[in-house]
Ligand binder design. Structure first.
Ligand SMILES: C[S@@+](CC[C@H](N)C(=O)[O-])C[C@H]1O[C@@H](n2cnc3c(N)ncnc32)[C@H](O)[C@@H]1O
Length: 296
């Protein structure tokens, strides 16, 4: 690799040598998971599984593989997220294609999916709406895990919906998901109703975005992150609009940040059309999802 330190003549860039050079380099450039990043990028450059790096430690890279790896490492050192570099990310046991048009799915969001599946599973033919679908990770995980569910997914971004649709095709659920482009509930006819509305909306306060890690701040879509002055702009509108589109006893699930739990439960209570308001915690024991039931 031309950016690597000088090496004795005749030295070969084997899998091991590239990892030995890349890991400290990415660490020095601010990566919080330099070994994992280096391994994922090298496996991508070689077109192999990450596990296969270990069984081919002494194998040299071909020239094209070396050139690809050099480019990937440069871009990673400039804070480009690994998922965008390799073009996909695992979520809820499924592989999702991702581009800069969509937020990279986070493990945090699996908390919402687990609860949604528990709600949907006992129902014969539940109708579910995912607002702000992005890569489609929520809508598609629900369609895959709840074969009787009829899923609708909305996003403001047509580019995001195109990625989501491609992901649904990969997972053979495209025929069971309706994709709509528009602002929150606007693309729905006013008589449409759902048993469950789920959303991971933008919920970061505008001023806080500048304090986020460079990976997120510089590369992920601002429209997927920015929740307005206090982060609650979209959540407020979701809470106000959802009752009209929920059947009586239908459920609303909204992903939140840990600090928003009190404010969001108060918004739900003040609305007057919700019962059984609960805060669900993620695996790190942080408040992550607010659940409420439409009265009636
Ligand atoms: C935080 S991302 C979540 C993406 C995906 N559901 C996930 O969990 O990874 C929020 C998504 O909501 C979309 N969005 C933002 N404002 C919206 C609005 N007013 N109406 C519909 N979608 C919106 C963004 O384009 C983005 O795809």
């Amino acid at each position: 690799m031309s950016d690597a330190p000088p090496t004795p003549a005749g030295d070969v860039w084997t899998v091991k040598r590239i990892l030995d050079w890349t890991i400290p380099h990415l660490k020095s450039q601010g990566s919080e998971s330099p070994r994992l990043d280096a391994e994922i990028l090298l496996a991508h450059a070689r077109g192999c599984l990450r596990i296969q790096l270990y069984t081919n430690y002494d194998q040299p890279l071909t020239d094209p593989q070396r050139v690809t790896m050099r480019d990937l490492v440069k871009r990673r050192a400039a804070a480009e997220p690994v998922a965008y570099l390799v073009g996909h990310r695992e979520f809820f046991g499924l592989d999702f294609r991702v581009t800069k048009d969509v937020l990279i799915p986070r493990p945090d969001t699996e908390t919402l999916v687990v609860d949604a599946i528990e709600i949907l599973k006992p129902q014969a033919a539940p109708r579910v709406l995912d607002v702000g679908t992005g890569s489609g990770c929520i809508a598609i995980s629900l369609a895959v895990n709840c074969p009787n569910a009829e899923v609708t997914a909305i996003d403001l971004s047509q580019a995001a919906l195109n990625i989501a649709r491609a992901n649904a095709e990969t997972h053979s659920v495209a025929g069971r998901i309706r994709w709509l482009c528009g602002d929150l509930f606007a693309p729905l006819t006013t008589d449409t109703q759902f048993d469950l509305i789920a959303s991971n909306p933008p919920y970061i306060a505008s001023a806080e975005i500048e304090t986020l890690a460079a990976d997120v701040r510089l590369h992920e879509p601002r429209s997927a992150l920015d929740g307005g002055p206090d982060g609650l702009d979209v959540i407020r509108r979701l809470i106000a609009g959802a009752p009209q589109y929920l059947v009586p006893q239908g459920k609303l699930l909204i992903e939140i940040s840990g600090e928003q739990a009190d404010a969001v439960t108060q918004l739900l209570a003040a609305n007057g059309r919700y019962d059984d308001i609960a805060v669900l915690k993620d695996l790190a024991k942080q408040p992550r999802v607010v659940r409420a039931v439409r009265k009636g």
